[in-house]
Design a protein around this ligand. Structure first.
Ligand code: AMP
Length: 114
């Protein structure tokens, strides 16, 4: 989508600090980190959020979690703990309307979240 900032990052039109990429997802550093480790795993297929998924997309979302776990091990924060967050619609804090998964680590995370 031409007006989607994450589609433009995926196409390379907008630069980003890439953490990982394969045929289905890209992971980039968040431009406004909320923790010492904060990157976004972004499916390359454009979905607005979880409300936009259908059953054929389930494997893709499982893949996102496998990528998150693999990067957590590789970058050394798997054992200390990390959070995977996906905000759905503005009331929950979604500001970019292309589905993405925040991966946060490197500090204590309170529960419940704010
Ligand atoms: P959300 O508010 O849950 O939709 O998350 C969107 C995230 O995208 C925010 O944490 C922003 O800081 C981040 N963000 C926005 N623009 C960029 C960009 N150009 N590169 C990297 N991260 C971005």
């Amino acid at each position: 989508m031409q007006d989607c900032i994450f589609c433009r990052i995926i196409s390379g039109e907008i630069p980003a600090k890439k953490v990982f990429e394969d045929d289905r997802v890209i992971a980039v550093e968040d431009i406004a980190p909320a923790a010492p480790v904060h990157f976004l795993i972004i499916p390359k297929k454009h979905f607005v959020n979880a409300l936009d998924l259908d059953p054929s997309d389930h494997e893709l979302i499982g893949h996102v979690y496998q990528v998150a776990a693999s990067l957590a091990r590789e970058k050394g924060f798997a054992e200390s703990g990390f959070r995977i967050v996906s905000n759905n619609n503005a009331g929950a804090g979604q500001s970019v309307f292309h589905i993405h998964f925040h991966v946060l680590a490197g500090r204590h995370f309170a529960w419940p979240p704010g």
